[in-house]
Write a protein that binds this ligand. Structure first.
Ligand code: ZN
Length: 588
């Protein structure tokens, strides 16, 4: 049994001045963590106990489906060049040189190292499937570390990789991880949801994120209460209500109309007496691509058209064009459109026919405009707009794509119910990578017919700190937080109200010892402090149950306080072990 008086638990009354989210404030105040530098934290005694409990749960569940490895954090440049990510990862990758001047980096993920092992060692379909995982430190040179453990530069991840002979086998490995992740997060006591996700810089096709709803989160998730549809905003779609197209005017050809001083979508719609839904919004952007070898930035005009009342989702666009974009400056707008901003449209410009092949400006049209007719857009001429514009007839998009951001209240694509949007924090992410890494790095195995094939991969991550922070965000009030018992540093704190009263202290010690012997994780608050001070600390530090050993001892009872609801139960000292066996172990 641990005794508080002998431990280092530096609780604070005040949170750090820059702390905005609950987990940051309380993990520092409760003495779990201390900052060493921006985005780099030390875990002290309580924090490390909780951390180790999370790791143990993750390991127990992962051991049921995979094999644990331990990989280096220090990587040679060559393997990242082989996968093509040495330049792709940009400034997020921590880079350094060894004493001989060779380029190295600190691993932020381990696809390269795992694929290198697979490339050298796997020879036959008979060796597949393989699921390899590790629990280790990762680094990421985050531009703006903040929010305590939510956005950090050094962190612990469980990362797993599967190697399979074909897509059907990958489905099996993927499902195993999906189910395992559900078991892990259930055991960690989190209220989470599984959402469809974008695979971003990882490449690949299918992907799911495990998310915990909290105002502290940096992701936005779209979900439906009517069915189980849920997706990251970067990926979400919705069902749109039909829009009535305008009738053609005149001979049906593009028709110039004078719109003096009318620049915004709303102004023009009002001026012409139409709905913004009949208008095209023209977004003028520049795609920037850094050449890995020369370091020079290549620019390409990317113009996006959406319905007048819709918003562009930048993540969808970046996924589509595989590069970063920024708004065009005035000069760039003039050069392409020959018109001031406010009157831009797709007519009179030669657009690229192929996104990848030719260097002409790219015209991407949101799917909500596909099949529409007689729309209104800028005429590329000051104070003028064009009526009667029909995509595919009057102008030819490089491609149609789903580029718009879903908004709350739109209909679910499955059941039509109104969608909701919440912020959330990501605690796990699973990807079907396909052959992106195995192909590039040259991993091959022989199939049943003796033919060489490329194995396909899945990649699966869990952020250990994220589980802790999500749990704190999920369970806190003005006085502190409470963790689910499975990941709390202690399950029960036993607090005698006065340690100078020897009979109270000896009852408290006896209770602690009996609970400890029964397998509960107990801390005895034997500090010579006023009860108020001890209760304040107990409320702060995340322990889900408190036993107050006070006056009622003379009647043979103590008080059990459930931290989350503050419910108080009188429990007889004789039955205290049975009480906790019911309260804490019954569900397990
Ligand atoms: Zn639905």
């Amino acid at each position: 049994m641990h005794r508080w008086s002998e431990l280092f638990i530096p609780t604070l009354r005040e949170a750090p001045a820059d702390a905005e989210v609950a987990s940051h404030k309380f993990l520092v105040r409760a003495g779990y963590i201390r900052q060493l530098a921006a985005g780099i934290y030390s875990f002290l005694f309580l924090g490390n106990r909780s951390f180790n409990k999370i790791v143990a749960i993750v390991r127990q569940e992962m051991d049921k489906i995979g094999q644990e490895f331990f990989l280096p954090v220090l990587h040679p440049r060559e393997i990242w060049e082989a996968s093509g990510r040495w330049s792709l990862m940009g400034e997020n990758l921590f880079r350094l040189k060894d004493r001989k001047g060779a380029d190295m980096c600190l691993g932020m993920t381990e696809e390269e190292v795992m694929t290198e092992i697979a490339r050298k060692e796997l020879r036959s379909y008979k060796q597949l499937p393989q699921i390899w995982y590790q629990i280790a430190t990762k680094f990421r040179d985050e531009p703006r570390p903040k929010a305590g453990l939510l956005r950090v530069r050094q962190f612990m991840m469980k990362d797993a990789y599967s190697f399979d002979i074909d897509a059907a086998a990958l489905d099996v490995s993927y499902k195993k991880h999906y189910d395992t992740y559900c078991r892990i997060f259930d055991r960690c006591g989190l209220k989470y949801m599984v959402v469809e996700a974008d695979s971003g810089a990882m490449g690949g096709k299918e992907s799911h994120e495990f998310m915990v709803r909290t105002p502290a989160g940096e992701d936005q998730i779209v979900s439906c209460d009517g069915c189980n549809y849920a997706a990251n905003l970067e990926k979400a779609t919705s069902k749109l209500e039909g829009v009535e197209d305008l009738r053609p005017e005149g001979d049906g050809k593009p028709l110039e109309v004078h719109t003096p001083g009318q620049k915004t979508i709303e102004d023009v719609a009002r001026f012409l007496g139409v709905s913004p839904k009949n208008k095209i919004k023209t977004l003028a952007l520049m795609g920037e691509e850094k050449d890995g070898k020369t370091g020079k930035t290549k620019l390409r005009a990317i113009v996006v058209l959406t319905r007048g009342d819709h918003q562009l989702n930048e993540a969808k666009l970046n996924g589509m064009v595989a590069q970063a974009t920024r708004p065009m400056d005035e000069g760039e707008i003039k050069a392409l459109f020959k018109s001031p901003a406010g009157y831009l449209g797709p007519i009179g410009i030669e657009w690229a026919k192929d996104l990848k092949k030719d260097a002409l400006p790219v015209l991407l049209v949101d799917k909500a405009l596909e099949g529409r007719s007689n729309l209104i857009a800028g005429a590329n001429k000051e104070d003028y707009h064009l009526k009667n514009l029909t995509p595919g007839k009057d102008f030819h998009p490089t491609a149609y794509a789903d580029l718009r951001a879903v908004t709350a209240g739109e209909g679910c694509r499955n059941c039509g119910n109104a969608l909701r949007i919440d912020t959330a924090v990501e605690i796990g992410h699973i990807f079907k990578l396909g052959d992106r890494y195995t192909e590039k790095m040259g991993a091959r195995v022989l199939d049943k017919n003796g033919k060489e094939v490329t194995p396909i991969m899945g990649s699966y991550g869990i952020g250990i700190e994220r589980i802790l922070t999500a749990a704190v965000e999920q369970g806190n009030d003005e006085n502190g937080f409470w963790l689910p018992p499975s990941i709390a540093p202690f399950e029960i704190v036993v607090s005698p109200t006065n340690v100078k009263d020897e009979s109270l202290l000896s009852v408290a010690q006896d209770i602690g010892q009996r609970l400890g012997a029964a397998g509960f994780d107990v801390i005895l608050d034997d500090r010579d402090e006023r009860p108020g001070v001890k209760f304040k600390d107990a409320d702060l530090v995340g322990i889900p149950f408190r036993i107050t050993v006070g006056k009622k001892v003379t009647e043979g009872t103590v008080e059990v306080v459930l931290r989350s609801t503050r419910e108080v139960h009188d429990v007889t000292i004789a039955s205290i072990v049975e009480y906790f066996q019911g309260a804490l172990r019954a569900k397990a």
